[in-house]
Design a protein around this ligand. Structure first.
Ligand SMILES: [Zn+2]
Length: 133
């Protein structure tokens, strides 16, 4: 299987970890705005979105903020290529809730947790790691 890769700038990764810290004990979430060419995803910017669930175990992107992020991306000819969320007290691995939710999307998922930051996607019903390039 050809490897899919995602490119996220150091600044954007720092932003995600700042969101992790600032939203403790709750999960933080947001979208990745960018483009995809073949198997290479390039993130132009990371846009934090309010977590409507406000729990430490799951997240739900606030619909209005999500729409605004999508709308401004579209005006620039960009897409929402993925979502990120944080695990303030656990490793950056998809939880059972995450896996269930990932079934419904083809987007990549960036998860930042206590052991670092990793990217995943669902491929044929299985969670696959996406290389961060
Ligand atoms: Zn999660």
């Amino acid at each position: 299987m050809p490897g899919i890769g995602i490119r996220i700038s150091k600044n954007d990764i720092t932003l995600i970890f700042d969101e992790l810290e600032n939203n403790r004990p709750f999960e933080a979430c947001g979208v990745l705005v960018g483009s995809q060419e073949g198997e290479k995803i390039t993130v132009s910017r990371v846009v934090p979105v309010k977590n409507s669930n406000r729990t430490g175990r799951s997240f739900e992107l606030d619909p209005t903020e999500f729409y605004n992020a999508w709308s401004s991306a579209e005006k620039e000819g960009l897409d929402i290529v993925g979502v990120y969320h944080t695990h303030p007290v656990s490793p950056a691995k998809p939880s059972a809730w995450d896996k269930d939710t990932m079934q419904n999307t083809s987007d990549v998922w960036v998860i930042a947790g206590i052991d670092g930051i990793f990217t995943y996607r669902m491929a044929e019903g299985m969670v696959e790691t996406v290389e961060m390039i």
